[in-house]
Design a protein. Structure first.
Length: 97
């Protein structure tokens, strides 16, 4: 498993945690929205890595959008969960090839 796949899996797990109702929102609020900025940076780095390996960019692009819009309470939760599902599916698909 390369760096791109590893980072994709890590971001998927973190997105899943941030998508858990009340827990994810509490984490984001407790740390003054810094986790959203950290996730944005991780998705940008991951996007660069998957671009170099010609793999699907959809999960990371959705993650960037999620990081920018996740401050909206229920929208953020839905976007985090959608991003986690997309990243897990992309990871599973790329690990087969």
């Amino acid at each position: 498993m390369g760096a791109a796949a590893t980072l994709m899996l890590v971001t998927a797990i973190l997105e899943l945690i941030l998508g858990i109702p009340f827990l994810g929102g509490s984490i984001v609020m407790f740390f003054f929205y810094v986790p959203l900025f950290v996730m944005l940076i991780m998705h940008v780095i991951s996007l660069v890595l998957v671009s170099r390996e010609n793999k699907s960019k959809a999960g990371n692009i959705l993650g960037i959008v999620t990081s920018c819009l996740a401050w909206i309470p229920f929208v953020g939760m839905a976007l985090h969960l959608a991003t986690a599902i997309t990243l897990f599916a992309t990871f599973k698909q790329s690990s087969r090839s």
